[in-house]
Design a protein around this ligand. Structure first.
Ligand code: ADP
Ligand code: MG
Length: 238
């Protein structure tokens, strides 16, 4: 069984079903991109994995353990939000240490973890600044730092680059890939941008209307799209 498994996941909001039996297996150290048009259920699936939404039916397993009903705090998972989700009244160090404070990690251990993450992300000289005093790219690095300090098994990213300009977006794609190599971590990354999916993913999950249309490597999807939707979305001549 894969280290992270989504098994027959469904999600309804009231009478509206937005996920219809999603199956995904994610291996250790894999960079998996969930891609599909706006409204197809990408964020909902990510939030189910993170524990920010309750699953309606089905299971989410980490290392064979069902976590679908565990509190987010008790899952070995961290979610990276868009850069604007930083706390404006907290410094960079305070933003990065926040989740550790929530988990009652001691002050010296907090400082050590924050310094270590800041070193990895090139934020060491910015720890006393406030978010408004940072560039877009620096803010995005702080958002990643908040996740890194927890040393999670799996990182979840929801369209982390959508607020950034085109040039920075390209640079941050490379930085996130390098970060993954350095940390040897598993990443589930949501985007509606096919180029981002094709350039970053080990494995792409193409979604439409709350269902998985196809799962495969960028090359497999490009060469052998399962249907016209996948072909059209990925940009290959299906
Ligand atoms: P995506 O991230 O692919 O754009 P979402 O997962 O955000 O899609 O949304 C999938 C569908 O679920 C959309 O139709 C959206 O309106 C609906 N939805 C998402 N969150 C809620 C919610 N909290 N309450 C009701 N409907 C929701
Ligand atoms: Mg979304």
């Amino acid at each position: 069984m894969a280290p992270l498994t989504v098994r027959q996941a469904t999600k309804s909001f009231g009478s509206v079903q937005v996920l219809h039996g999603v199956d995904v297996d994610i291996e250790d150290g894999e960079f998996v991109v969930l891609v599909g048009p706006s409204g197809c259920g990408k964020s909902t699936l990510l939030r189910l994995i993170a524990g920010l939404e309750d699953i309606t039916s089905g299971d989410i397993l980490i290392d064979g353990k069902v976590v679908s009903r565990l509190h987010p705090k008790d899952r070995d998972i961290a979610m990276v939000f868009q850069s604007y989700a930083l706390y404006p009244h907290m410094t960079v160090a305070e933003n990065m240490g926040f989740s550790l404070r929530m988990r009652d990690v001691g002050k010296s251990e907090q400082d050590r973890k924050v310094r270590e993450a800041a070193g990895i992300l090139g934020l060491t000289d910015l720890l006393d600044r406030y978010p408004r005093q940072l560039s877009g790219g620096q803010r995005q690095r702080v958002a990643m730092g908040r996740a890194i300090v927890r040393d999670p098994k799996v990182f979840l990213f929801d369209e982390p680059l959508s607020n950034l300009d085109a040039k920075l977006r390209v640079q941050m794609r490379a930085e996130i890939r390098e970060l993954q190599k350095a940390l040897r971590t598993t990443i589930v990354y949501v985007t509606h941008d096919q180029i981002e999916a094709m350039t970053m993913a080990d494995k792409i999950v193409v979604m439409r209307d709350g269902r998985v249309e196809q799962i495969g490597s960028p090359l497999e999807l490009y060469d052998r799209p399962a249907n016209m939707f996948v072909g059209g979305f990925i940009g290959s001549p299906a």
